[in-house]
Structure formats: C-alpha cells, structure tokens
Design a protein around this ligand. Structure first.
Ligand SMILES: [Fe+2]
Ligand SMILES: [Fe+2]
Length: 168
C-alpha cells in the first residue's frame, strides 16, 4: 500500500507551474511586458492547489500520521517542512503585495523566491520525507491515511475544478 505517490504526482503539477513562472520572470527581465493576469492565476493556483489541496493533505493527514509514529522515525523533519510551507505563504503574500503596488521588482523577487523554495522543498519530500513515511506506517495506518485523503479530496474537488491549470 502506498500513501505518497498521490502527493508526488501533485508535486509534478506544481513543478510544471514553477517552470512556467521562472520562464515568465526571465522573459520579463529581458523586456517582456508584465501581464498581471499571469501572476494572478499563479497566485490563485498556489493558494488553491499547492496550499489548500496539496499542503492540506500533508499538514492535516500525512504529517500527523507520521508524528503519531514518531518512534519509527530516525529524525523529525516535520517542523522544517511546516516552516517551509509558511515561508512559501510569505512569498505569495509578497507577490500579492507586489501586484497591489504595481511593483515589478517585488513581484519577480517573491515569485522566484517561492519557486526556488518549493523546488528544494519538493525534492526533500520526494526523496527523504515520503520514503520515511512509507517505512514508518503500518498497512492499517496507511489505509486510514488514504481514506482521509479521499475525504478531503471530495470536499475540495468542486473548488479544485475551478482552478485554471492551463494558463502556463
Ligand atoms: Fe510540503
Ligand atoms: Fe509536498
């Protein structure tokens, strides 16, 4: 039984958006006119998909299940993961503020900050945290985690259909 493939698959979607955002930032720096709509959609995607949909599963379900099995973990990387989620939220706020202030530098700085943070965060989860979770939990516990994912997904799915994933 597997409880992290679904999350790794979501990472791939997030990484695709990150690539598009980094490309857009470079083009703007090379003279392309900044399109407010692109960054509004980026913020909308991050808030609804990356944070609400994906991070909710990590924070409310997977991380909690791991902490219940703390004796099976050789170290506790969860505080660092939670801290990075919060850092990500600060960058999103910075992007939002940049749009309000029509400040290109502020938008680009925070967009790039978010992208670089998430790239390394995702790498750590895929290669360290998720394998630890697969090892630490029993099949029974994994079954429960999967049930909880399904519950949260059915609650959020309607909203998620409205998130525009094709803007990049
Ligand atoms: Fe995470
Ligand atoms: Fe993640």
């Amino acid at each position: 039984m597997n409880i992290t493939k679904i999350l790794s698959d979501e990472h791939q979607t997030i990484l695709k958006v990150i690539d598009a955002v980094l490309k857009e930032c470079n083009e703007i720096e090379n003279g392309k006119v900044l399109e407010i709509g692109f960054f509004q959609k980026t913020i909308d995607f991050i808030k609804n998909y990356a944070d609400k949909f994906h991070h909710a599963k990590e924070e409310d379900i997977l991380f909690k299940a791991m902490l219940e099995n703390i004796e099976n973990l050789h170290c506790n990387p969860i505080p660092v993961m939670l801290h990075e989620h919060d850092e990500g939220r600060k960058y999103v706020k910075g992007m939002d503020d940049g749009l309000t202030n029509s400040d290109t530098r502020q938008i680009l700085e925070n967009a790039r900050g978010y992208c670089f943070l998430l790239q390394q965060h995702i790498y750590k989860e895929d290669n360290v945290l998720y394998p630890m979770a697969e090892e630490a939990l029993s099949d029974e516990q994994k079954d429960l985690v999967n049930q909880r994912y399904q519950k949260i997904e059915s609650e959020l799915n309607k909203e998620m259909k409205m998130v525009d994933l094709k803007f990049m």
